[in-house]
Design a protein around this ligand. Structure first.
Ligand code: ADP
Ligand code: MG
Length: 213
């Protein structure tokens, strides 16, 4: 693959997220039915459908402005906890990129780390609280390690994607300490967190696009 992570690359990522979220909507909603209110798949599908419309209408010309538009649209269109959290993640990632036309792997890591910091600041969840942070934090760490090891983008993003999936699975035995699932107390144990599951899909979509770029 070429290493130019340009605006078209990020647009392709968002399109792939929209496709995967639509395909996995029932699965995500089923996870949320177990420990929440059965709307996570619908929430994200509504959000990314709106995002696709906004991108088509505006056609942002830098990766940073594209991700900021994604974030702002998610915040506006998605109710529930996940809209503002995902929205903040994309917006902070975009803001960190500034107006650079092409993003290096190291810059991608910095952007995702800023997204994670935004989620942590807004939601106050730490790793182990059974939230999207349990998938996103290990993904960001894996990407950081891969950058340090000098791996190519597809490989590095593949490592991040694997770490996110492993992180999502690791939420199964956890007891939720944040969000709606925390109301269940010990009954939240034994189920994968829906937000961690969708975060793994989002990072996996990035890998899908990176392997064919
Ligand atoms: P709601 O819980 O309002 O119905 P969603 O169902 O769309 O919203 O999203 C639920 C997901 O949001 C959870 O599975 C969890 O991953 C994430 N979440 C909830 N609260 C927090 C928080 N404080 N910090 C990080 N993530 C959170
Ligand atoms: Mg819900």
């Amino acid at each position: 693959m070429s290493t130019a992570l340009d605006t078209a690359f990020f647009a392709a990522w968002i399109e792939e997220i929209a496709r995967v979220v639509a395909a996995e909507k029932e699965w995500l909603t089923g996870l949320d039915a177990a420990i929440g209110d059965a709307d996570h798949g619908a929430n994200l599908d509504r959000g990314f459908t709106a995002v696709a419309g906004a991108l088509a209408a505006k056609g942002p010309d830098t990766p940073g402005s594209l991700l900021m538009l994604v974030g702002n649209t998610l915040i506006r269109k998605v109710g529930g906890a996940s809209g503002p959290l995902y929205g903040t993640a994309f917006r902070e990632a975009g803001r960190t990129l500034g107006d650079t036309p092409e993003v290096s792997l190291a810059q991608l890591h910095t952007a995702l780390e800023a997204g994670l910091a935004g989620v942590r600041k807004l939601g106050a969840a730490a790793e182990g609280d059974k939230t999207m942070v349990d998938a996103l934090a290990p993904a960001v760490r894996a990407l950081e390690q891969a950058v340090r090891d000098g791996r190519d983008p597809a490989e590095a993003i593949g490592a991040a994607s694997e770490a996110a999936r492993t992180g999502a699975e690791a939420t199964i035995p956890m007891q939720a300490r944040k969000g709606r699932a925390s109301y269940l107390g010990p009954r939240s144990v034994g189920h994968e967190d829906p937000g961690a599951a969708s975060t793994a899909l989002v990072v996996s979509a990035l890998h899908t696009v990176a392997t064919s770029w």
